[in-house]
Design a protein around this ligand. Sequence first.
Ligand code: MG
Length: 252
Amino acid sequence: MRIAKFSIAGEVRFGLVDGPELVVFKGHPLFSGYETTGERVSLKDVQLLPPTLPTSKVVCIGKNYADHAAEMGGEAPKEPLIFLKPTTSLIGNGETIVLPAISERVDHEGELAIVIGDVAKNVSEADALDFVWGFTIANDVTARDIQDRDGQWTRAKGFDTFCPLGPWIETEFEVDGQTLETRVDGELRQHASVDLLIHKVPRIIAHVSEAMTLLPGDVILTGTPAGIGRIESGQVVEISIEGIGTLTNTVA
Ligand code: MG
């Protein structure tokens, strides 16, 4: 099932993606179930929003593909390396990534994102997938020069619009055997199997929930493969994961 969050005529709603249309849910599907109003709207008539609500935090995993750790000039960490992006960095499919004037080098990082569906604290790897609502696609946009300057990553990865998320949540996604691709103006920049995640999804959830309580709607970005690169004003970034779809954003 593909679940989208969208705005239409000033109202925020959730809908079931059915081909080129959305079937509108009565309420928030995570809390009030999958009953629909029967109303259908065209996907092209709505603005898609980051497909979570509420989101108390966006947790990110750093250097979780060996080839990306190598291109950053280091080794992959033995434990999942955690950092946070503020919720004010979230934007939806079709919205614009705004380059901050104080950075001269902003990069894309295409990533598989986990959406949490239930309160998770100290969960085991064996139980971890029971706490997943679904999966979506994220861009962990990064001001690389500021990341290098600060040492800490919060500012470099925390600018407004630096967390495109969407286009929707796929609740039946199977991680195994899927491919992630990032294109900038149609040019292929990243191409990797998500099987190459060093720390797998259950391990990530167990590890994060050991430190902090995960709440419904929280998002975990699982890390980016090799091929990160600069994005510039006027470009279009497309991140695709087989079985989910394509997240498209422009840069300005
Ligand atoms: Mg990243």
